[in-house]
Design a protein around this ligand. Structure first.
Ligand code: GLN
Length: 339
């Protein structure tokens, strides 16, 4: 074969492989508004009729939320918003609030504090596991299980518990770029039924790990879980983490850029609890779920996706939330491990 033939064959093979890639995943250089919106529509239509999973019911008010709510929002670091479905429907943020309290803790006390005091490792057990605390030397392991979240809340600098709640709430509002509403019904329902969280807080207190009174910290933690959000709010909140700590809509800095990779690393390790490995295997992205049915996934430097759909799998993660977010990330060719 002469050189010209070899070159032709090479171009032919290259064209074929590029075409094959285009059918399975869009390349990031080809991410146009139309493509992003059409992938969102594909994801919505593909999963809208999946009624598997079940609303959380250990917090009674969550069992009463409409399981049909399904909404997807995507926000890019330049502040573009794409969405479909019930994007104005509100559900309680629950464990996704843990991301923003951990962010505030990083900002106030630094990354060494988070690593050494709270921890940054997975527990391999459920988000509310008590045995995980004992197994790991009576420590919380990470800020995204209940133990580590209550501990993180307790270390937020404040004069008293009202002040601590104000600062946590204000920080979430800054991430969302609006004053987020409070779900009184969910709060009342959970605050009367959070005895095992109180026990967890006391266990950590017994190991001198709490920064404030354990029961007070549990109450503030329960309040932060009762803040209402939509898929739109979630995606805007996450977009600051895809944008080096600056809210792309309000332009306000919400976290020092040096802490953003730390927070995203813990989300990748423990955001979906004992199913975090499967999630990372499927998408390569940091994410965080909540038992209210929300899920937030961040593709660092590229975009944030917020999905709301209340029915959960056995780990407490939204079924359609995971399906839709994973589909969008892969269809857009944005798995960070594949870059
Ligand atoms: N407020 C809930 C709890 O403490 C949060 C759990 C979650 O969303 N995984 O159990």
């Amino acid at each position: 074969m002469n050189t010209a033939k070899i070159a032709l064959a090479f171009i032919f093979v290259l064209t074929l492989s590029l075409c094959a890639k285009e059918t399975s995943a869009l390349t990031s250089s080809s991410l146009t508004d139309v493509k992003i919106q059409s992938v969102l529509t594909e994801a919505y239509n593909k999963f809208k009729d999946d009624d598997s999973g079940k609303n959380a019911d250990y917090i009674k008010a969550l069992a009463e939320v409409n399981p049909k709510i399904f909404a997807i929002t995507l926000v890019t670091p330049d502040g573009k918003i794409y969405e479909i479905g019930d994007t104005k429907e509100l559900v309680s943020i629950q464990s996704i609030s843990k991301v923003f309290t951990a962010s505030l803790l990083l900002q106030e006390r630094g990354d060494k504090f988070l690593q050494e005091k709270v921890g940054v490792n997975a527990t391999g057990l459920a988000f509310n596991s008590v045995i995980a605390i004992e197994l790991h030397g009576r420590t919380a392991s990470n800020p995204f299980v209940n133990a580590g979240a209550i501990e993180s809340t307790s270390w937020i600098k404040a004069k008293n518990s009202a002040d601590r709640w104000y600062s946590i709430k204000q920080n979430m509002n800054d991430f969302a770029g609006r004053k987020l509403p409070f779900n009184e019904k969910v709060y009342i329902s959970e605050v009367h039924d959070n005895k095992s969280n109180q026990a967890i807080a006391k266990l950590l207190d017994a190991n001198n790990l709490m920064g404030s009174d354990p029961l007070e910290a549990t109450t503030v933690y329960t309040k932060q879980c009762s803040v209402n959000i939509s898929s739109h709010d979630l995606a805007v909140m996450g977009s600051s983490l895809a944008n080096h700590g600056v809210n792309p809509i309000s332009k306000k800095r919400v976290l020092d850029s040096k802490y953003v990779p730390k927070l995203l690393a813990v989300m990748a390790t423990a955001g979906l609890y004992d199913n975090a490995g499967d999630w990372l295997y499927a998408t390569g992205t940091p994410a965080k779920s909540g038992v209210g049915g929300g899920i937030l996934a961040v593709v660092p430097g590229k975009l944030a996706i917020g999905v709301v759909s209340p029915p959960l799998d056995k780990y407490g993660n939204s079924v359609r939330g995971q399906e839709a977010a994973a589909y969008i990330i892969n269809r857009l060719g944005l798995n960070p491990m594949a870059q």
